[in-house]
Design a protein around this ligand. Structure first.
Ligand code: MOS
Length: 732
């Protein structure tokens, strides 16, 4: 089904099931242990062995030799596969890391061997006996030190293959020189880890030349492309199964070393192999979000109208990797006639940086939205009013491109009223409650809505049951539930009457979970498949396709009413289709918007910051399920608190690895850090976004959350900390 015009009225508008707070279908399965995660798939294989991965002990250089004799002789050992036994595997698309093979070491903890044994403990113990002879080279580990070697990182996602190094409109430098009021601030954000609960894990089994992997992967349709290529196999010989995922945040967008090594280990051992990366490898073998250094310059008239915006940023990655596109959202968030916006990228030798929840926007807004706060103060304006004044209705870099829907001003105004913003003191450091300095902050959030092809198959069984199959995944976001709601709405059933099967490469290719594109695209694919099934049912009953209603388990046309179960009696019927979007994204800028409000207390003696309350107002098109949508937003806000106050991967500048590579050293917010979080979901269906009139929400909740907190901290203390995270010693 091609979707490239505004959606007409359709059954989703009925809102009988879609838009209701249906509770997570997978919830009871997960809390009772009935949902099996990848490492738990003992039900799928017999007599599995255990794999243990050894990561390189140097960040850059070469493996001269590996002596595995003692390892092979160790108790229980079934096989050892070392990186010298294999040619370098081809890398996954959009991913820079060498997962395995060859003698070159490109980053610390690059996988160099897998040991297979009867038990996990035996495999781990035997891996300690490997003798690795390295040739160690110096590497580039400190971002600030590499600034001089950085290259432009053009915004290809928004600007296409010919995107300029720097997006320029008008003459920023002239505007900056002539402006009544200017801001010139530099911000730094640290390396951050996804730190997802479930490690990268795979169970791999061979049957002859056919491979099945039960793995934790957000994008089955990328895995089924990249894994066969890495293993030099035909795609038809590989099956990827990923029905439950214990958190991803982008870490599991790509195949990682666990899946290729489980496959190689299973082949070498002649047994199914279970393999999970130990926690330290999550931080140094997996991906992370790159640190950034960002300079924002703003120029404004005395009345607060922005005349110029400059946002220039630097991030780092392995030589083949991409940039953390922290400046891209600045192109479309506020109006201003003179602009220059662009990222640069430094080649480094740290572990791979790659997409992490709200890639680009999350750290980018931590600079831009604090600069906006600084400018509002310098202008003597209220920060909400300053943002409202500089709202834009079109893409300022391409004024013929309007937003499909944009309700940022409503987000800001609704939020200000609900949060009690008028009680904020405009002069910082003036409100004190006992030992606590109290402040309030606001920030805008923006994250694009990305249209992706997505397919599904919907089957009405002869028994009357309805089954949806798609390789779409549920990373804990609620996909099972909103897919069931969509099919139920389309066929006139309840969500409980729909069985949803996800995450299997045998099913039709779907968008997968990433970039907050999953919900809108996957449900639109299910919508398309349901249209096909409705047509098949109408044809069987001899009803006109366009004059059928599916209500309450029946099909109605004119005065005729046929129970769906009766329609199924002649044998099962299947509808299969994909949603495609043509050039819709070229004609309309599709984005989601948020206004984030935070109130913090800062201990006047210790500098400790505590979040007291927070509100996020979201504009994301139709809300498919307010319960799962709210959960996504409060998860994002929680991650925003981590980014503002807590999270930081510490680099060892001599050895080139992240030192705090466990959950004790890499701190993330816990319940005690998070008070009640308030969420308002504006429900403005976006008829230009998808037939569901929905966009996405999974990343938006993070966008603007950290700078709202940072601005609140400043309002409390009067001390502007521009280097994240805002830890207590930076106040002393
Ligand atoms: Mo997201 S960073 O694309 O899982």
């Amino acid at each position: 089904m091609l979707f490239d015009q505004p959606a007409a009225g359709n059954p989703i508008d009925n809102g009988t099931v879609v838009g209701r707070p249906v509770l997570r279908i997978d919830g009871p399965l997960k809390v009772s242990g009935a949902a099996r995660y990848a490492f738990e798939r003992n039900d799928a294989v017999t007599n599995p062995a255990y794999g243990f991965v050894l990561g390189a002990g140097v960040a850059k250089g070469r493996v001269r030799a590996i002596d595995a004799a003692a390892t092979r002789a160790a108790p229980g050992v079934l096989a050892v596969v070392t990186t010298l036994d294999h040619a370098p595997l081809s890398r996954a698309d959009l991913s820079a890391a060498m997962l395995f093979g060859g003698d070159m070491i490109e980053h610390y903890h690059q996988a160099i061997a897998v040991v297979v044994a009867e038990t996990f403990e035996q495999a781990r113990a035997a891996s300690r006996l490997l003798k690795v002879d390295y040739e160690r080279e110096d590497g580039r580990f400190v971002l600030a030190a590499e600034a001089g070697n950085a290259k432009p990182a053009p915004d290809r996602e928004n600007g296409g293959p010919d995107a300029p190094d720097v997006d320029r409109v008008g003459d920023f430098e002239a505007a900056f020189q002539q402006a009544a009021v200017t801001i010139d601030s530099t911000y730094t954000t640290p390396h951050e880890s996804h730190a997802q609960m479930e490690p990268h894990a795979t169970v791999a089994a061979w049957e002859g030349d056919r491979l099945t992997v039960w793995t934790a992967n957000q994008m089955v349709n990328w895995a089924i492309r990249d894994l066969p290529r890495a293993l030099s196999m035909g795609q038809d010989k590989v099956r990827v199964v990923s029905p439950y995922i214990g958190g991803g945040f982008g870490a599991k967008l790509f195949i990682r070393s666990d899946v290729v090594l489980a496959a190689l280990a299973a082949k070498a051992a002649g047994r199914p192999v279970k393999l999970a990366l130990q926690r330290a490898l999550i931080f140094n073998n997996g991906t992370h979000r790159s640190a950034t250094i960002q300079r924002v310059r703003l120029a404004a008239r005395a009345d607060g109208v922005l005349t110029g915006i400059s946002h220039r940023g630097l991030s780092g990655n392995l030589p083949l990797g991409g940039a953390e596109m922290a400046t891209s959202q600045t192109k479309i968030l506020y109006a201003a006639p003179n602009r220059e916006i662009g990222m640069t990228l430094a080649a480094m030798d740290l572990p791979e940086s790659n997409f992490m929840r709200a890639p680009g926007e999350a750290p980018g807004l931590m600079a831009l939205e604090v600069a906006m706060d600084e400018m509002a103060e310098k202008l003597g304006m209220d920060p909400v009013e300053f943002r409202v004044l500089n709202d834009t209705r079109v893409d300022p870099h391409n004024p013929s491109r309007p937003f499909s829907e944009r309700h940022l001003v409503e987000c800001l105004r609704t939020g200000a009223a609900r949060f009690g913003w008028s009680a904020r003191r405009s002069r910082p450091g003036e409100r004190r409650e006992g030992r606590w300095l109290v402040g309030m902050g606001v920030a805008s959030g923006i994250r694009n809505a990305i249209a992706m092809r997505s397919g599904a198959r919907v089957r009405l069984e002869a028994s009357g049951g309805l089954i949806v199959e798609t390789d779409m995944t549920d990373i804990g976001t609620g996909t099972y539930t909103i897919v069931a709601q969509t099919a139920a709405e389309m066929l006139g059933l309840t969500a409980a009457e729909v069985e949803v099967r996800l995450g299997d490469s045998n099913f039709p290719r779907a968008a997968g979970s990433g970039g907050q594109w999953g919900a809108a695209n996957a449900t639109s694919g299910v919508f398309a498949a349901c249209v096909a099934l409705r047509d098949a049912i109408a044809d069987r009953l001899g009803f006109p396709r366009d004059r059928c209603e599916f209500i309450g388990g029946t099909v109605r046309s004119g005065n005729e009413v046929v129970p769906l179960q009766e329609a199924a009696r002649g044998g099962g019927l299947t509808g299969e289709d994909s949603i495609e979007f043509g050039d819709l994204e070229k004609r309309y800028q599709q984005s989601t918007f948020a206004a984030q409000f935070a109130e913090v207390g800062v201990d006047a003696f210790t500098g400790e910051v505590r979040l007291r309350r927070m509100l996020c107002v979201c504009d994301v098109g139709r809300i498919l399920n307010p319960a799962t949508a709210r959960s996504q937003v409060i998860g994002g806000m929680t991650m925003g608190l981590g980014a503002a106050l807590i999270e930081e991967l510490a680099v060892d500048p001599r050895r080139g690895f992240f030192v705090n590579h466990d959950m004790a050293g890499y701190e993330v917010p816990v319940h005690a850090d998070i008070p009640h979080l308030d969420v308002v979901l504006l429900d403005h269906p976006d008829a230009l976004a998808s037939p569901m009139k929905a966009k996405g929400i999974g990343e938006l909740g993070l966008c603007g959350a950290a700078p709202a907190i940072a601005n609140a901290v400043y309002n409390a203390t009067g001390l502007r900390v521009r280097d994240y995270p805002i830890t207590l010693e930076k106040h002393l």
